[in-house]
Design a protein around this ligand. Structure first.
Ligand code: ZN
Length: 229
């Protein structure tokens, strides 16, 4: 059976990656990471989204396997990021916003590959994207593929990392969601996924919930406006 393990945070991108995997693999497991995020909104969204996918998408329901949640609180202990500490989002060192969590994706992929090893899964799927993003160096294709190579060497078996969003912008990500799961998937992403850096679930916009002010909300709003235009 061909199986995939999706890095699933509860956000828009990883939910569409999950749909992408469900359309291609026979069995799909999910993994999320508790790294000491300032808010619990994303982690709370995960079971809600999984339950709705199982309920509303019968063709995918039978493929959904175990969901895993792993602690990676090392990132919180290291600190210094607006995602793990109560600080204003602004430009930080090295020309990067202070929402950058150094090494996050490399750690996520390492933990996911180790879990995949135990689960007999060599195909990982992640929402990393070089286009239309904040310039996080760990989202680059070169970083992701070099990590896959290091993990394959370190585990002594193949590791493939699929990044269906790598070369597309946010508008195209919405379009991919629609192509995979129709308006029903677009509606699910709008209603249940959390993208906002503040984890705001009180303000509902046409593009979903969020503070509407943080860089992540702005990116989501702009992408949605372009998608429906
Ligand atoms: Zn926001």
């Amino acid at each position: 059976m061909n199986s995939a393990l999706v890095l699933f945070s509860g956000g828009q991108d990883s939910t569409i990656c999950l749909a992408w995997a469900l359309a291609r693999f026979d069995r799909v497991e999910t993994v999320g990471f508790d790294y000491g995020q300032r808010h619990a909104s994303e982690l709370e969204a995960r079971p809600r989204i999984l339950a709705r996918l199982a309920r509303e998408f019968p063709a995918w329901a039978g493929k959904l396997g175990s969901d895993h949640l792993l602690p990676l609180d090392t990132l919180k202990a290291i600190g210094g990021s607006a995602l793990t500490e109560n600080m204003k989002i602004e430009m930080g060192a090295h020309g990067l916003p202070n929402t950058f969590v150094p090494g996050r994706n490399v750690m996520f992929l390492t933990a996911a590959a180790a879990l995949g090893y135990r689960r007999g899964i060599a195909d990982l799927v992640g929402g990393m994207c070089e286009t239309d993003f904040s310039g996080y160096p760990d989202c680059r294709d070169e970083t992701v593929q070099a990590t896959a190579k290091a993990l394959a060497l370190g585990l002594g078996q193949g590791v493939r990392i699929h990044t269906p969003l790598m070369w597309i912008d946010k508008a195209a990500t919405w379009a991919l969601g629609k192509e995979l799961g129709g308006q029903a998937l677009v509606d699910l992403v709008l209603e249940d996924t959390v993208t906002c850096y503040e984890g705001d679930r009180t303000h509902r916009h046409d593009w979903g919930y969020g503070c509407g002010q943080c860089p992540s909300c702005k990116l989501r709003a702009d992408g949605y406006a372009k998608f429906i235009a």
